[in-house]
Design a protein around this ligand. Structure first.
Ligand code: BTN
Length: 319
């Protein structure tokens, strides 16, 4: 029955339809219609209520329909796909065929979503943002390295702006909230070995937005925006905010204007951590993050700069 009520509303999108009409049409009570419509609203459908029993269906917060016009910056293209193996892989193929920057690929579902270090990224249908952005830097590899930290900054800021959460960045670029992972970023580059020039960079962003069932082994370590807020926020608003911020930081990459915010949002500064540096396990206390996004760690009373690797454990204060 709920499905039928939803269909009535969607079939009359942007038009006023009364509770009495739906009730009579489907042979149910008006109070049941009103109860079900309230349920739809809390699960992310945008429905205007007029004079208490008139309804106008607008859209679903979960429905992706962002366009180039919604972004404050020049964008080449936004592709929205129902299903793909991986948006990063798809966009790299477009890039190899000459696609221009700035091109965005967003999928409702990924069947082979990829994470860092060969891991997979759970990408259930309609449950999150699975998005890749193609950049073709005109500057060298040194500046290009900043793309990782500027993306993490943009994603963390955008989520907080829309949801009022207080997300943190776990070096290098995982987004955490309440000690659980909410989002991850996978940056892949293609360099021309002969010229040493960066041909393109594909930045992949995955964010768990809505409640869903995760594999058992991940249950206690990852979370979703809906689990943390009990709200269904608009997927388009979050995508729009990420792209606006990311492109702005990218255009200003030389000035490194994102780095203070990156540091401020760090989940690891002043914490004791376990590091996996290419298979080598080290323990230390994170002192700071430098202007290039590298980790300054005190290991056995010696300051070390960590350029790449992974923080495998963060000791919480009360541990
Ligand atoms: C990580 O947590 O290790 C990084 C996860 C990155 C996931 C995103 S989802 C969109 C893009 N396509 C992929 O296959 N991966 C990235």
């Amino acid at each position: 029955m709920k499905e039928k009520i939803l269909r009535e509303l969607i079939n009359n999108k942007d038009k006023l339809i009364t509770g009495t009409y739906i009730a009579e049409h489907l042979n149910i009570t008006r109070s049941y219609v009103s109860k079900v419509i309230n349920e739809f609203i809390s699960s992310g459908h945008v429905i205007d209520i007029q004079d208490r029993s008139g309804y106008i269906y607008r859209n679903s917060n979960k429905h992706i329909n962002i366009t180039k016009k919604d972004i404050n910056h020049e964008i080449n293209n936004i592709y929205i796909l129902d299903k793909v193996d991986s948006t990063n892989k798809y966009l790299k193929e477009l890039a190899n065929n000459g696609e221009n920057e700035i091109t965005v690929v967003i999928a409702k579902e990924q069947i082979a979503g990829r994470g860092r270090l060969g891991r997979s990224f759970v990408s259930n249908s309609g449950k999150g943002i699975y998005m890749s952005i193609l950049l073709r830097p005109t500057f060298g590899i040194e500046l290009s390295k900043r793309i990782t930290s500027l993306t993490a900054t943009a994603v963390s800021e955008a989520i907080d702006e829309v949801t009022k959460l207080n997300t943190k960045i776990k070096w290098v670029n995982d987004i955490y909230v309440n000690d659980k992972k909410l989002a991850g970023i996978l940056t892949e580059g293609h360099t021309n070995f002969e010229s040493g020039k960066v041909e393109y960079i594909v930045v992949g962003i995955g964010i768990n937005l809505y409640k869903q069932i995760f594999p058992d082994n991940l249950d206690n370590i990852i979370t979703t925006v809906e689990d943390e807020t009990n709200k269904v926020f608009s997927i388009n608003e979050i995508i729009e905010s990420i792209l606006n911020k990311l492109i702005y930081y990218y255009e200003n990459i030389k000035d490194n204007i994102h780095i203070n915010e990156y540091r401020k949002r760090s989940y690891v500064i002043n914490k004791n951590v376990e590091l996996n540096i290419h298979g080598n396990i080290k323990y230390g206390k994170v002192l700071d993050i430098d202007d290039e996004g590298e980790l300054i760690v005190l290991i056995n009373d010696k300051k070390e700069t960590i350029y790449s690797g992974e923080i495998t454990k963060v000791r919480l204060k009360d541990e």
